[in-house]
Ligand binder design. Structure first.
Ligand code: HEC
Length: 232
């Protein structure tokens, strides 16, 4: 390929990928806040689990995460005793289900809270969105939406979820703690949405290392095989 053609091809590719990322980042409302999360950090994921079971599970389930999973995934690694305490009457192979029935949720909040197992990949912005949502409760500028149901980051702003971390009107000295709870629960939700992500990344590194080594070996082999062939 001639240099000019190559340059045109690279340029076109750059423009296409730039416009695609511009479309992808287009969203509703204000730009999302950045959540400091680490899906390999056991301490953070466990703190997030506690926020989830203490607060969110009052209304939400995470059906695809079993109590056994909380023991088996090294990123959580609860002991059998800790899991038994958490699960109560549920079987160890059960998913994490809220006690709130859909009928009662509908009657109390007007909507059934969604299952949170896959909420991170299901929403644009993922963990950043969940974090922003948790810390996005403000007073309705028009004073129409009931207190605690106006969220800067929710599409349309009126959300049926009543401010779970009591962010609205919190004392300034509690800001850091609430932000941490919000980030921790976002980390937990990001982890459970894809519990094998760390394993897969580690495997990916090994595969890349192997391919690199193989390339070196094959290159040396090629040099060896061709060494007696004269160049014209
Ligand atoms: C008192 C009940 C209640 C509690 C507690 C609660 N939620 Fe919700 N949540 C809801 C309801 C109801 C909705 C549906 C909101 C809507 O569609 O207007 C919802 C929706 C959501 C959504 C989806 C928003 C969207 O974009 O559709 C997320 C994410 C969420 N909750 C996260 C959490 C987290 C994290 C916690 C714990 C810190 C939590 N919720 C605690 C009731 C609750």
């Amino acid at each position: 390929m001639k240099l000019k053609q190559l340059l045109i091809a690279v340029g076109t590719l750059a423009i296409v990928s730039f416009s695609q990322s511009a479309i992808a980042s287009e969203g509703h409302g204000p730009a999302l806040k950045h959540a400091e999360i680490d899906v390999t950090d056991q301490a953070q994921i466990r703190r997030g689990l506690t926020v989830f079971t203490d607060v969110c599970m009052g209304c939400h389930s995470a059906t695809y995460v079993t109590y056994k999973g909380l023991m088996d995934y090294p990123e959580i690694g609860l002991s059998r005793e800790e899991v038994d305490e958490l699960r109560g009457d549920s079987a160890i192979t059960d998913g994490m289900r809220t006690d709130l029935s859909p009928e009662d949720a509908e009657a109390s909040y007007g909507k059934v809270p969604p299952d949170l197992s896959l909420i991170v990949p299901a929403r644009r912005g993922g963990a950043n969105y969940v974090y922003s949502l948790m810390t996005g409760f403000v007073h309705d500028p028009d004073g129409k939406v009931p207190e605690g149901n106006y969220n800067e980051y929710f599409v349309g702003n009126r959300i049926a979820m009543p401010d779970p971390l009591a962010w609205l009107d919190h004392e300034p000295e509690d800001t850091a703690e609430l932000e941490r709870d919000a980030q921790d629960v976002s980390a937990f939700l990001a982890f459970i949405a894809d519990p094998h992500q760390n394993e897969r990344r580690a495997l990916g590194c090994w595969v890349m290392g192997f391919l690199l080594l193989l390339t070196l070996v094959l290159w040396r082999l090629k040099v060896e095989v061709w060494k007696d062939v004269k160049k014209h």
